[in-house]
Design a protein around this ligand. Structure first.
Ligand code: PGA
Length: 261
């Protein structure tokens, strides 16, 4: 499917549960200082919840967008410790990660809950980045497509395929997250093409416009060859997004290799 030209790339930094208030500010300042980032490639950062308000203030009017790492599926109410989608919107978030593999594996989030989070985000005008991906055991058992397909279908079943026009998908093989073991560009491309094909079977136009990010040990040194794959529309970066130079280099790789064709 040669429909890559219309899709604006995304480079997103998932800061996970890292950094102090001062370190968060310093990282934002470093990303903003060189004025290297602009809207040709969408840049999003995902600081911890407690730093979102500060970050929103710093990023106001700047070409870096703000997102949260998770969201509660419920409307505001008696849910101690949770953060509702309207609150994220209120403090200046435009994006939210849903179904990150750490949420699925460490906090027991299943496909049904992830689908509800996705719907809650969209109902509050947050753009969800739906994370999908298989474990090493699932890959070894040839279950990659079955798992990724199931994770995707769960969201489509609740929100409908049209909802993907206002969403992003991130393919993050669990075995590649934080391990230094990156999927090969071909492995990434194969799963990205599978995802796009599955959506295309329901709606070709939405599939053609859907941004599918790769995540899992993306670094400055491997970003470019990943981003040259026809169905890879950018990256969701963990560890390497905590170093400004490295993250800026990844962003530049996405810019340099924007398909001119
Ligand atoms: P990593 O994390 O880049 O450190 O592998 C990616 C992610 O968890 O989103």
């Amino acid at each position: 499917m040669n429909t890559t030209a219309a899709r604006r790339r995304i480079v997103a930094g998932n800061w996970k549960m890292h950094g102090s208030r001062a370190e968060t500010q310093a990282l934002l300042d470093a990303l903003l200082a060189p004025a290297q980032i602009d809207e040709r490639v969408t840049c999003i950062v995902f600081p911890p919840f407690v730093y979102l308000s500060d970050a929103a203030r710093t990023l106001r009017g700047q070409p870096i967008h703000l997102g949260a790492q998770d969201v509660c599926a419920e409307a505001p109410g008696a849910y101690t410790g949770e953060v509702a989608a309207p609150m994220l919107r209120d403090v200046g978030c435009d994006y939210v990660l849903v179904g990150h593999s750490e949420r699925r594996a460490l906090y027991g989030e299943d496909d049904a809950l992830v689908a509800r989070k996705f719907a809650a985000a969209q109902a509050n005008k947050l753009l969800p980045i739906l994370c999908v991906g298989e474990t090493l055991a699932e890959r070894d058992a040839d279950q990659t497509y079955a798992v990724v397909g199931r994770q995707l279908d769960a969201v489509i079943a609740v929100s409908g395929v049209a909802a993907l026009a206002q969403a992003v998908v991130a393919y993050e093989p669990v075995w590649a997250i934080g391990t230094g073991r990156t999927a090969t560009p071909q492995q990434a491309q194969d799963v990205h093409a599978f995802i796009r094909g599955r959506v295309a079977a329901l709606d070709a136009k939405i599939a053609a416009g859907l941004r599918i990010l790769y995540g899992g040990s993306v670094k400055a040194g491997n970003a470019r060859e990943l981003f040259t794959q026809p169905d890879v529309d950018g990256g969701l970066i963990g560890g390497a997004s905590l170093k400004a130079d490295e993250f800026l280099a990844i962003w530049s790789a996405a810019l340099a290799d924007r398909r001119a064709h």
